[in-house]
Write a protein that binds this ligand. Structure first.
Ligand SMILES: O=c1[nH]c(=O)c2[nH]c(=O)[nH]c2[nH]1
Length: 296
């Protein structure tokens, strides 16, 4: 029997970085969670404890902070590309770097109807994300968002599903549809206005969720991905993970009351989990874009 080392990577997870741009009286804050992972000739440390090629995870963390000081991070994709290229270029035994960044939003606090210069409130749970892989002299960028919570109070039906002895769910032609969108999209190319592209893709997904009269969350998922691919040439593929945040009608009959789709119990769990990939057939090869990322 032989035992060998399989795929491996290592790095610093969830470096919390906040930068303040103080170049003018109006400050700009950037709030990021950065994770670095390096891959390469790392057998020695696993097999014998020889650390001569191990760039310490502490060094990786320090690099994130030092880079943020030397050049303002800017768009998360650009910051991730800079960091990934640095690790691959600076250390000959490191041949791949994967940088994950989540961006947390801050809104300016309105004071006397005007956005404040340097006081902010957290925008909510939603995060903008990127996963950049640098290897073989090139890079792959998969960006996205998480925890974008949306609800429509009508315009959603669910019926026509098979019934067996375990089926109790009533068919409905009018229900609440709610989900927390996790989306990742794979870019082709790097010459992209990351900021504009993110906001356009987010807008397209939200408008599709709102406008489509839904017969299932699966149908909504496909329509959201399809709309992005039709309108954004820079996107090769969209992956969506949509928990179905069930809202159950409360039975008010014990109180002699009707419930005309007005009073709901928002269930926490279990939830349906609808996941899928929408692709264009003329897309560039995915290469290492999704390597070691969750499937959805
Ligand atoms: O949109 C839905 N898709 C399902 O697969 C499903 N299953 C279920 O119980 N409710 C729903 N709703």
């Amino acid at each position: 029997m032989a035992i060998t080392l399989g795929p491996n990577q290592y790095g610093k997870a969830e470096v919390r970085l906040v930068t303040v741009d103080r170049s003018g009286p109006v400050h700009h804050v950037k709030d990021l969670t950065v994770s670095t992972s390096l891959r390469g000739e790392l057998a020695a440390t696993h097999l014998t404890g020889d650390n001569s090629v191990v760039v310490a995870t502490d060094t990786q963390k320090n690099t994130v902070y030092a880079f943020a000081k030397q050049t303002p991070p800017g768009e998360i994709e650009d910051f991730a590309l800079r960091l990934g290229r640095h690790f691959v270029d600076a250390f000959s035994h490191i041949d791949q770097a994967r940088i994950l960044i989540d961006e947390h939003g801050w809104d300016r606090i309105p004071v006397d109807g005007k956005p404040h210069d340097h006081a902010f409130s957290r925008s909510g749970d939603e995060k903008r994300t990127t996963a950049v892989t640098v290897a073989d002299g090139r890079a792959w960028v998969v960006s996205g968002l998480r925890d974008l919570v949306v609800l429509k109070s009508t315009g959603s039906e669910f019926h026509g599903f098979p019934r067996d002895r375990y089926t109790t769910l009533a068919e409905t032609d009018d229900r609440i549809l709610a989900t927390a969108v996790t989306a990742r999209w794979r870019y082709q190319g790097e010459d992209i206005d990351w900021h504009k592209s993110f906001h356009e893709i987010r807008r397209i997904m939200l408008e599709t969720f709102a406008n489509l009269h839904s017969l299932s969350l699966q149908q909504t998922l496909y329509a959201m991905g399809e709309a992005v691919l039709k309108q954004r040439r820079e996107v090769a593929e969209v992956r969506l993970s949509l928990p179905n945040k069930h809202h159950f009608l409360v039975d008010l009959s014990p109180f002699g009351l009707t419930n005309d789709n007005e009073v709901f119990y928002a269930a926490d769990r279990p939830y349906g989990l609808i996941e899928g990939t929408v692709l264009r057939d003329d897309a560039e090869d995915a290469g290492l874009a999704w390597y070691s990322l969750p499937e959805f």
